[in-house]
Design a binder for this molecule. Structure first.
Ligand code: COA
Length: 416
């Protein structure tokens, strides 16, 4: 079966996490992704956070499935020639080098556009144009600069980063979307274009509701769904909201049976207005149904701490899964706090291909997150990440290089 991006060729000049997540998605949609790595060491993540000596790390393998790998010294004049050929043959170049690195290599946008006017050149950078555009950036820097850290955590604690890699993987997703849009526009314009996804901007996009709240705060001085209300005064910027819901329905994380010893015996409970009657009945607080001070969502906001405390008295008598089952019978929105161990063992995620077991010639079997985006006519088959330079000869052969030329490039250290 052909795939959504069959026939598209991606020159994958990415490393670490943000860029590779983008090109991995393109590969899962069927593009031929050729990862160009530095001769000798390759993508630095191959050797980072290793759990098995001399095997590519899980960090690398889990971000580089379904790609081909070639080694190439792109600072060597002969390596540059190979890169030029690749640019002519590919539809998209994706890179996430430090600002200016591609230019210093001699591959400015103008040069690339001259070599292949149809090429889309897609970049992740830490920041867009402005005071920080020359800075190198990693995940947590972006979380801090994009508004996530200042709005995450508890009011009485420091800013906090989140475990979800919204700076790296989040930006990779944004970049992939930009690439697809540019490829669609190319169909009518006939031209490639530059696509830029700055990590600060991508994080801010994901923190959109907090900029909403900043303006609400400036207008009204108070946000009733925040846990600060009504006891703690608000300052002049959006405070950290603990585990409060970011939307119009109040929510909180509540203890479940076993919380004293199990760090994940908790459930997220949403006090949705539409199911208030059911909530009162399930937790045995029918008297609230007749109490005028609890009659509307707007009035109940004034009692939110007491409401969550009462629901928690009930959830503490149930495991998170029992609470989930009971509450869902009444359409009460909630979700168990799942540990990574529980997620890794969840059969339904295996069945949908969201968690996949992959076999690797050096490390053996390991689990990975498969394609979370499901296309009915373009199913994803997750294949293992390439060994460093595994496809160098194959790709150079397809580009027209003879065996002798390839041997010469190897002798000169252009490829390894
Ligand atoms: N052959 C020869 N040289 C190569 C090469 C190849 N195949 N691939 C890369 N290089 C060179 C680059 O040209 C660069 O050289 P220069 O500094 O002389 O110009 C050098 O390798 C290092 O690249 P750089 O991107 O600066 O790597 P780094 O390890 O110092 O920095 C980051 C890593 C992630 C901080 C940086 O790349 C960055 O800020 N990227 C943009 C933001 C980003 O994606 N961050 C998230 C990472 S998950």
């Amino acid at each position: 079966m052909s795939k959504a991006l069959s026939g598209y060729r991606i020159l994958d000049f990415t490393h670490v996490q943000s860029g590779p997540t983008c090109t991995q998605l393109l590969a899962w949609f069927g593009a031929d992704v050729i990862k160009v790595e530095r001769a000798g060491e390759g993508d630095a993540t191959r050797g980072q956070l290793r759990d098995i000596p001399d095997a590519d790390s899980l960090y690398f393998t889990m971000l580089n499935h379904n790609k081909r790998s070639i080694t190439l010294d792109t600072k060597n004049p002969k390596g540059k020639q190979v890169l030029e050929t690749l640019i002519k043959e590919c539809d998209v170049l994706v890179e996430n080098f430090a600002p200016g690195a591609l230019d210093r290599m001699g591959f400015t946008w103008e040069r690339i556009h001259e070599l292949n006017p149809k090429m889309v050149v897609a970049s992740v950078k830490g920041f867009g144009p402005g005071p920080y555009e020359h800075c190198k950036v990693y995940e947590n820097v972006a979380q801090c600069a994009g508004g996530s850290a200042s709005t995450t955590g508890f009011d009485d604690g420091p800013p906090m980063v989140t475990g979800a890699q919204i700076g790296d993987s989040g930006t990779g997703l944004h970049l992939a979307l930009g690439i697809l849009a540019a490829l669609l526009q190319r169909q009518t314009s006939g031209r490639g274009q530059k696509v830029l996804a700055p990590m600060q901007d991508a994080v801010l996009n994901l923190c959109r509701v907090k900029l909403r709240d900043q303006q609400r705060l400036e207008r009204t001085g108070v946000m009733k769904e925040y846990p600060q209300y009504p006891d703690t005064p608000f300052g002049d910027s959006v405070p950290r909201a603990g585990n409060a819901s970011g939307g119009g329905q109040p929510g909180s994380i509540l203890k479940c049976k076993g919380w004293e010893t199990d760090p994940n015996a908790y459930i997220y409970f949403v006090n949705q207005g539409a199911v208030w009657d059911s909530v009162c009945k399930v937790i045995g607080k029918e008297e609230w149904l007749a109490d005028p001070s609890f009659a509307t969502p707007a009035l109940r906001v004034n009692h939110m701490k007491a409401i969550f405390a009462a629901v928690e008295e009930w959830t503490k008598t149930k495991t998170k899964f029992e609470a989930m089952d009971i509450l869902n019978k009444f359409d009460i929105p909630c979700g168990p706090i799942l540990s990574m161990k529980e997620i890794a063992e969840e059969p339904s995620l295996r069945e949908t291909g969201t968690i996949v077991e992959v076999d690797h010639p050096v490390r053996g079997k390991y689990l990975t997150v498969g394609n979370p985006i499901k296309l009915s006519d373009s199913p994803t088959d997750v294949t293992r990440s390439p060994l460093l330079g595994e496809h160098t000869e194959e790709v150079l052969g397809q580009l027209g290089y003879s065996e002798e030329q390839i041997a010469d490039l190897r002798k000169e250290g252009v490829i390894s």
